[in-house]
Design a protein around this ligand. Structure first.
Ligand SMILES: Nc1ncnc2c1ncn2[C@@H]1O[C@H](COP(=O)(O)OP(=O)(O)OP(=O)(O)O)[C@@H](O)[C@H]1O
Ligand SMILES: [Mg+2]
Length: 282
């Protein structure tokens, strides 16, 4: 059932949106979304970020494929969050290039423009509106850039209600839809926040430490949720919980001192002597 909802959901892809008049020739990549026709959704090349001379990212090069679920691990201070900050426009690199598909130069865009182009980010702490219901939280997320005034005065279109229903199904909160978000468990709040991102139809989702503080059952359901989203969306998941990484990972990138130390399957990287030395501290 959830899978059917996902299929319906992703059938309405951003690139299928009709172009506005005048865009037929030039196209507006912010509206039409990334051109990932070469199978790559994210290109980071030689990205360097310095804080007072300290290189948090040091000529980092990383590519993420369309529909891929990429796990990024690495010791504290490796540069994982800084990498997400660069992708979302929060931090400007000193050098390097960052492209979303082939046509969207992320370094030329502001944070809101990057979100509009189709990159969603989930921070570690859930930031749902506790006083509002689960449904209203999704409604607010869907409203996105609409002004609050317009949102308060607009009635939901049937297609929007359908979309919220689909998201509720995917995040398994259909039965809690009319409850206040504040009444949800920590794990459910995290799912609601993922749902709020999904309502905005991102092509690339960045998720920083999603299972921190979750119960084992919640962790397992989060693994199912992210695994199901992969293929429909591209995901970059940063997580320290290695059991969780093992349960979802296909390709794992290990960052260390702002560079890629190793990359490959989970067994491959866990048995890599370089990784064992710096990451596992053996
Ligand atoms: N705004 C900043 N000013 C100065 N130094 C910073 C800033 N942001 C990050 N750093 C430094 O850059 C390095 C990389 O930090 P980052 O937060 O990206 O690591 P991380 O891999 O996400 O670590 P963790 O696993 O602890 O979350 C760290 O040494 C950190 O102290
Ligand atoms: Mg971090």
């Amino acid at each position: 059932m959830i899978r059917a909802a996902l299929d319906r959901f992703s059938g309405r892809s951003r690139s299928a949106k009709p172009l506005r008049t005048g865009e037929l020739l030039t196209g507006n990549p912010l509206e039409t979304g990334p051109d990932a026709s070469r199978g790559v959704i994210l290109y980071l090349e030689d990205i360097t970020v310095s804080f007072d001379g300290f290189r948090a990212l040091d000529e980092l090069t990383l590519y993420v494929g369309v529909g891929e679920l990429r796990c990024v691990i690495g010791p504290n201070g490796a540069g994982k969050t800084t990498m997400m900050d660069v992708i979302t426009g929060k931090t400007r690199p000193d050098a390097g290039s960052a492209w979303f598909g082939q046509t969207i130069d992320l370094l030329a865009l502001t944070e809101p423009e990057i979100a509009q182009a189709g990159i969603g980010r989930k921070f570690q702490k859930p930031t749902v509106f506790e006083q509002h219901t689960v449904f209203e939280n999704l409604e607010l997320a869907l409203a996105g850039s609409k002004s609050v005034w317009r949102w308060l005065n607009a009635r939901l279109q049937p297609a929007e209600i359908e979309r919220i229903d689909e998201v509720l199904e995917i995040i398994q909160l259909t039965e809690r839809r009319y409850e206040r978000a504040g009444a949800l468990s920590h794990g459910q709040k995290q799912w609601l926040e993922i749902g709020m991102l999904l309502a905005q139809d991102p092509q690339l989702l960045l998720v920083d430490e999603p299972v921190a503080g979750m119960t084992p059952q919640e962790t397992e359901r989060t693994a199912e949720l992210l695994t199901m989203l992969a293929g429909h969306r591209s995901l970059i998941v940063v997580e320290h919980d290695m059991d969780f990484v093992r349960s979802i990972a296909r390709t794992v990138t290990v960052l260390h001192e702002g560079r890629v130390l190793a990359q490959g399957g989970i067994d491959e990287v866990q048995n890599d002597p370089k990784v064992i030395e710096v990451y596992l501290g053996v």
